[in-house]
Design a protein around this ligand. Structure first.
Ligand SMILES: Nc1ncnc2c1ncn2[C@@H]1O[C@H](COP(=O)(O)OP(=O)(O)OP(=O)(O)O)[C@@H](O)[C@H]1O
Ligand SMILES: [Mg+2]
Length: 235
């Protein structure tokens, strides 16, 4: 479904992604783990058209999307749940969900999908009229995910959904990522929480200072001494 071929991404002189290649097959949950500043967000931003690779190519469903406009990438079926959620704080939960469908014009379909999001996240249903800025961190993460799903993505990019959340809330969010995947959405999940990410992923890549240093099945990486020492911290 997605094939990243040898991309280099720069911020001015800073070489943030160095010859990065990875692939995501339809139906998979693939996780990209890495420490602070490794380049995880940079990769997702490049996939969703917010940054342009200097070299290399990105193939999505056999078409090149490297450097395409973000809007056309969303239209082609890739949605990005950004780091730090970025919900529209002064708008209600329901208005945020409606905005997730801004490129669609099938009114009935949009209504049905909002109901589907409320089934997935009953908490959002209870709070649909509430201003999003007053939600808890976990609820905002649910909303950010719901908003991304409103675009009906084939591929969902998630940037550190566990950040700043209590373990029980993280567990809940990860269960929902699994459910969404089982219902047909392919997922590329970026995480510092390697333990949780590897527990739901099929395959994984490890990014260190802009380079992929390791890849394999989630099980292989869970058992790798290198990963245990650097990312699983005795958990
Ligand atoms: N807008 C920017 N301008 C210049 N450098 C940047 C910019 N954004 C990120 N960088 C640099 O690029 C590198 C990769 O950053 P990135 O945000 O992709 O890392 P990350 O793996 O997502 O980290 P974190 O886990 O902290 O979110 C870092 O060295 C960072 O300082
Ligand atoms: Mg990041």
């Amino acid at each position: 479904m997605l094939k990243v071929n040898n991309i280099d991404v720069f911020y001015g002189n800073i070489h943030a992604l160095k010859d990065v290649s990875l692939e995501v097959n339809e139906g998979e949950i693939v996780t990209l783990i890495g420490a602070n500043g490794a380049g995880k967000s940079t990769l997702l931003k490049t996939l969703s058209g917010l940054l342009k690779p200097k070299n290399g190519d990105i193939l999505y469903l056999t078409q090149s999307i490297a450097g395409k406009q973000a809007q056309s990438i969303v239209k082609s079926g890739i949605s990005h749940v950004p780091e730090g959620r970025r919900v529209f704080a002064n708008m209600s939960v329901e208005e945020n969900l409606e905005l997730g469908a801004y490129l669609r014009n099938d009114r009935d379909g949009i209504k049905k999908d909002i109901e589907y999001i409320y089934e997935l996240f009953p908490r959002l249903d209870e709070r649909k009229k509430q201003l999003s800025g007053t939600l808890s961190g976990g609820e905002q993460q649910m909303l950010a995910m719901g908003r991304a799903l409103m675009a009906k993505p084939k591929l969902l990019l998630m940037d550190e959904p566990s950040m700043g959340l209590a373990p029980l809330v993280v567990k809940k969010i990860f269960e929902i990522i699994k459910t969404v995947n089982e219902q047909g959405t392919t997922v590329l999940l970026v995480e510092q929480n390697a333990n949780m990410a590897l527990s739901i992923a099929n395959r994984a890549y490890v990014l260190e200072t802009g380079k992929i240093v390791l890849s394999g099945t989630a099980k292989e990486l869970q058992e790798s001494e290198q990963v245990k020492a650097a990312y699983l911290g005795g958990l």
